[in-house]
Design a protein around this ligand. Structure first.
Ligand code: LLP
Length: 409
């Protein structure tokens, strides 16, 4: 990803910044578009993963819809050219202001997450003399086998409507004059590399659509959410997700009736690999038991390692040929082994705890990282940071807002 000319360019810039490889983003979007169009599947980009303006413009240009979780995301999607009739609005806690805004924008569909929310949308739509399209987000109680902080489809999670509440939902849908039932929606979690999770989800979706049909409802839309994972261990080898295999699972296991639309809400799989957080070594601290590389980026720029114990590959760009690689390859089925990586380089290497400058002990990207001997001023890349990176940056410690730099400049 980083040739010498690019590293030279980085040297002229103030760090830290997110570097976006827009060519890789486009290649990823094309792979996803090709694989989904083949089955007539419709993909909404989950904007929460990254709403950087250049990223949004690029994704929109491929014709994807937008999956939004706030009123501001709805407005941003539309102002970046996403078609209103391709905007869906999810979230367990939509405020009245946000619902009104989405009604005014005539978006495609609300993914409703509680019986009470149905009442509120109905009342607000009635006041505007409008009808709101509704998909019912069902909590399918399917285990995503991912980190518990990013699991959403279990009964213990706050998301969606549990199956025992569905009779009340059906009753409410019959009563509410200003709601138009479109279909059912699911999302079981994020960073899912085991495709059998999606297979299990399909079986649940089939069961649920049969239930609604049995109640006399026409189910026009099956929205199966997002969650497809990426390879954080081998970002160069597996820079683009195997979208073909992913969509094939739904083709094989979902019962799709004629004229029914199948919708997806992918975030991470579209944007994660296209960005790296580029930072500089401020200080090298050698302790008795540990050596620290203190970077000018920290949890204020990328919080995933601190919040979810997430693994990101770390490279010293100032030492050529010093790329971290995993000793074992990714498994063929998309699962990755959690074995520690080693470093291929011809220079002496050292183990470092790679940390940020923030006044919190948890401000550590990774411990015991094998890197070539590093020094003040070296450029460090933290890879696969395009999803839930820049958008989760904060102003804690009154830090400067992290900048973005693009390949096309
Ligand atoms: N649809 C719904 C309803 C969601 O809640 C999410 C993500 C998505 C789609 C997109 O999921 P994706 O395809 O990106 O996995 N900040 C965490 C991830 C939180 C995911 C929240 N919901 C992280 O950095 O891992």
């Amino acid at each position: 990803m980083f040739n010498p000319a690019l590293v030279n360019r980085f040297r002229q810039l103030e760090t830290p910044f997110y570097y976006y490889d827009l060519e890789l983003l486009k290649a990823t979007l094309k792979a996803c578009a090709d694989a989904s169009f083949r089955h007539h599947f419709l993909v909404h980009y989950a904007m929460k993963a990254n709403f950087n303006p250049r990223v949004l413009d690029t994704i929109q240009s491929f014709g994807f819809g937008a999956d939004c979780v706030s009123g501001n995301e709805v407005l941003a999607a539309i102002s970046h050219g996403f078609k209103k009739e391709k905007v869906v609005f999810a979230g367990v806690g939509k405020s009245d202001k946000e619902i009104n805004l989405a009604l005014d924008q005539d978006i495609f569909c609300f993914n409703a997450e509680s019986v009470q929310e149905l009442d509120v949308i109905d009342q607000l739509a009635s006041a505007k003399n409008k009808t709101a399209n509704i998909a019912i987000r069902i909590n399918p109680n399917v285990d995503a086998h991912t980190h518990h902080f990013i699991t959403t489809g279990l009964e213990e999670n706050k998301f969606g409507i549990n199956t025992w509440e569905l009779p009340a939902v059906a009753e409410k849908l019959r009563q509410c004059q200003n709601l138009n039932f479109l279909g059912i929606h699911f999302h079981v979690g994020s960073q899912i590399n085991d495709l059998s999770v999606f297979q299990n989800l399909c079986l649940k979706v089939n069961e649920m659509q049969a239930w609604f049909q049995g109640q006399g409802f026409e189910v026009k839309v099956l929205n199966v959410g997002g969650g497809l994972g990426i390879d954080y261990f081998l970002p160069d080898k597996n820079s683009i997700v195997d979208f073909e295999s992913y969509f094939q699972v739904f083709k094989d296991f979902l019962q799709i009736n004629p004229n029914q639309e199948v919708h997806f809400e992918l975030g991470r799989a579209l944007v994660a690999q296209c960005a790296s957080l580029i930072s500089k070594v401020l200080y090298v601290k050698n302790g008795l038991k540990k050596n620290f590389l203190i970077l000018d980026a920290g949890m204020t720029e990328l919080i995933r390692p601190m919040l979810y114990q997430a693994y990101h590959q770390i490279e010293n760009l100032s030492k050529s040929g010093s790329q971290e690689v995993r000793e074992s390859e990714s498994l063929g089925d998309g699962k990755v082994e959690s074995q520690a990586p080693s470093t291929i380089n011809h220079k002496p290497s050292t183990h470092y705890d790679v940390v940020g400058p923030i006044c919190e002990s948890t401000d550590c990207f990774r411990t015991d990282v094998e890197l070539p001997e590093s020094q003040r001023g070296d450029l460090i890349a933290i890879r696969s940071a395009g999803a839930y990176g820049e958008v989760m940056a904060s102003g804690y410690n009154l830090r400067d807002r992290v900048q973005a730099v693009y390949s096309e400049e």
